[in-house]
Design a protein around this ligand. Sequence first.
Ligand code: HAM
Length: 416
Amino acid sequence: MLITKAPKGTEDLLPQNSYRWQFIERNFREVCDNFGYSEIRVPTFEHTELFERGVGDTTDVVQKQMYTFLDKGGRSVTLRPEGTASVARSFLQNGLFSMPLPMKTYYDVACFRYENKQKGRLREFHQLGVEVFGAKGPSIDAEVISLALAFLKNVGLSDLTVHINSIGCPSCRKKYNEILKDYFRPKLDQLCSTCQDRFERNPLRILDCKSEVCRELGKDAPVLLDYICEDCRAHFEELKATLRTIGIQFEIDPGIVRGLDYYTKTVFEIISGPFTICGGGRYDGLIEEFGGDPTPGIGFALGIERLLIRLDETGVVIPKENGLDLYVAPLGGRAAQYVQKLVFDLRNSGVKTETDHMKRGLKPQMKYADKLHCKYSVVIGDNEIDTGIVQLKNMQTGAQQEVAIDAISEFIKGEK
Ligand code: HAM
């Protein structure tokens, strides 16, 4: 009996599926590289206050979903629910603001949120994301959106729409908050208890509450886009114009408020089927919130699990890596030792080689080589060792070819 299963909302990535993830991750790295972004790696856990301050203590993520615990030193730490806060902390802590700006970074991270498991919603999930610091004009907003799209197109996802919105800056938000409070005030006692608390502290968060009642009560609420200031509107107009110039189709979706507090001005989501697979936006106040000088920022993150579901659902076949080149079957006690060295040398020379570790007979070894989809196989016994000549068998055609042991590597590499 298995002593325990993996925790709810987590998934194993099995060896037979890892090529799918590697394809996605490799593609993302390539696209980021083409766009001039460099990888950043940040810790899996942070001091809890980083997310409370960054993501916001009235958000669902902070109030309901964080994996927070005291470490053995009595400090409150949290498994990261998202990447932006950590990357922004790292930007400040490591003085990256003194490097040439904009600082363009990307990451590939596991994230943790205590959520109810459903299709495309996990407790441990994986995000690919980018964060850019130091550029305030809308051209970088357009670049970030176009990077996400270039990547999604590269991996084969065609069924998607880009939704954009502007949620303004703190000054337009202040005005809007009062308008929103006027709207919700008569409905206050019908809101869930979390939203009753949000009413004073951060009424915008009521609009992304997951409770059915709050959703229904908020459906006719005034939209922020109608109240943004001149500067925010000009930014939004220029973003739209730039996206049109690049040739990116988009929809304006005033309903996007995003579930995290740090956003300002541009917010966007890329939707495919039932999923928001990518979400992002500008966060011009975050670095200041963390104690730095005012520094604009923008980024996005997309969920690898959701992307893979959508690729499957839309019939995209992820190419499998080429299999092994060669199976070397030892025959007899002397060969068993000899083959160890031969296989080691072949692997070092760049030939993907497998051999026997189960003391199988010749027939089961060949069956095994077949299951591994090896392109060639070779049997090595006393005779082959003495003469230095082997019969290299093409596993697909069955054709045999005489080759010197010393020339196996060269032959196979020539065939690749
Ligand atoms: P987010 O919208 O919370 O944004 O998450 C981004 C993406 O992560 C989602 O669109 C989804 O694909 C995936 N995701 C989120 N939660 C789950 C879950 N429970 N299970 C599976 N996938 C999930 C952020 O995290 C921001 N940090 C994005 C950002 C970067 N904004 C600016 N820079």
